[in-house]
Ligand binder design. Structure first.
Ligand code: S3P
Length: 445
């Protein structure tokens, strides 16, 4: 989809939000289910796939590389895989749209197959660093022709006869970890990724479910993840639970809007993803987890959230990997808390769909919230957001949703310059919030 026309939106003070809702399927798991299905033998059946632009772009790319990818009438997706070395050069460029996860994991998947492919993305993705993936993949023998600064568009020439690597992650990135492990699948020998700080582990869990020979060891506080290459994967049935990073928006909306009482059902609660819940609970947020259960190899539960008087906290840097996508919406929660919230260890926020540290800070400031920041930290002074500002979203879905949530509880309203990118991760967001009593509309009325 092209986003050439902007669709501004505004949100304003709402009565308490009420209802039982679900949110779309987890984005990280959705990308992985399609990709692993594409190289497994047999038919992978996926229920609950996130049908948003980022994931649809991954589905199209897997089809262009030779897998058979089909949406069924009941909403399930079926993927007929080609085997670990079976991906073919596509006849056209692969367009990953707005998605860093899509392009970086796909690069890993293609790196050791001997194919050639050109990868492109939208203006936001074309600004993001790809060297973090091309550097370790070059160790397998893969070659790249990238745009200056190691950016997209980029052509990848896979290494048909790849050599395994051992790689220590220089930054906390599940995307980089996953790219290297995926390249290891079709490489004879053992590929190892050393992770000094644990990041989301969906790749490890799901690859094991597909039958990969993958082993995780703790060595002196670091995680060593090894995969023995050259073994076929077996197709799986995968049920994808709700995305905690999407649930974050209605969760904070309920916490800051007086009178709210909502339940968000079937949310994935993998401990590498629950940093925001921990932080909001420390802030005094009334969030209870009900009906905890295991589904598809992941812990899931229902989140019962009620309006709460929040207080500012210090969020330690070590928590960043488990809530890396949630700092924009946490900052909105912080602006309604009593006292100051200090967030540290935010270096990776600079290289997301936008420079999120700077985009969040500007959005808070135009809405009358006092902030201070450094290269890797942000402080937000609470007390409530006056609102009234126009937020520049920089093609970033999470900035757009965060500031629409802010408007629900701010004194006046907030406006965002463009809501189109919400479709990359959370189709139906506006309708869902409004269905609980939220007031999001095209105009301030
Ligand atoms: C993701 C990893 C994170 C996260 C992104 C999804 C994944 O990125 O921000 O939204 O699915 O592996 P990094 O690995 O770059 O931190």
């Amino acid at each position: 989809m092209s986003h050439s026309t902007r669709t501004p939106l505004a949100s304003r003070k709402s009565q308490g939000l009420k209802g039982r809702i679900t949110v779309p399927g987890d984005k990280s798991m959705s990308h992985r289910a399609l990709m692993f299905g594409a190289i497994a033998l047999g038919q992978t059946r996926i229920s609950g796939l996130l049908e948003a632009e980022d994931v649809v772009n991954t589905a199209k790319s897997m089809a262009a590389l030779g897998a058979k990818v089909e949406r069924q009438a009941d909403g399930d997706w079926h993927v007929e895989g080609v085997g670990i070395g079976g991906l073919k050069s596509p006849t056209h460029g692969l367009d990953f749209g707005n998605s860093g996860t899509g392009v970086r994991l796909a690069m890993g998947l293609m790196a050791t197959t001997g194919l050639t492919a050109r990868c492109v993305g939208d203006a936001s993705l074309s600004k993001r660093p790809m060297g973090r993936v091309t550097t370790p993949l070059a160790g397998f023998g893969t070659r790249f022709e990238a745009t200056e600064g190691n950016r997209l568009p980029l052509t990848i020439h896979g290494a048909a006869d790849a050599k395994p690597v051992t790689y220590t992650l220089p930054m906390a990135s599940a995307q980089v970890k996953s790219a290297v492990l995926l390249a290891g699948i079709n490489t004879k020998g053992v590929t190892t990724v050393i992770e000094p700080v644990a990041t989301r582990d969906h790749t490890e869990r799901m690859l094991k479910a597909f039958g990969a020979k993958l082993d995780v060891k703790e060595v002196e506080g670091t995680r060593h993840i090894s995969i023995e290459g050259g073994h076929e994967l077996t197709a799986q049935d995968i049920a994808i639970p709700g995305d905690p990073s999407s649930a974050a928006f209605p969760m904070v909306a309920a916490l800051i809007t007086p009178g709210s009482n909502i339940v968000i059902e079937n949310i994935m609660l993998n401990p590498t993803r629950t940093g925001l819940i921990t932080t909001l609970q420390e802030m005094g947020g009334d969030i209870t987890i009900e009906n905890r259960r295991l589904a598809g190899g992941e812990e899931v539960g229902d989140l019962h959230v009620r309006y709460s008087r929040l207080r500012g906290v210090r969020v330690p840097p070590g928590r960043a990997p488990s809530m890396i996508d949630e700092y924009p919406i946490l900052s909105v929660a912080a602006s309604f808390a009593e006292g100051t919230t200090r967030m540290e260890g935010l270096e990776e926020l600079r290289v997301k769909e936008s420079d999120r540290l700077s985009a969040v800070e500007s959005g808070l400031q135009v809405n009358g919230v006092f902030t201070r920041s450094g290269k890797h930290w942000l402080e937000v002074t609470g007390g409530g957001a006056p609102g009234g500002g126009q937020v520049v979203t920089h093609m970033d879905h999470r900035i757009a949703m965060s500031f629409l949530v802010m408007g629900l509880a701010s004194r006046i309203y907030t406006r965002i310059d463009d809501s189109a990118f919400i479709a990359t991760s959370f189709p139906g967001f506006v309708e869902l919030i409004n269905g609980m009593g939220g007031k999001i509309a095209a105009e301030v009325v």
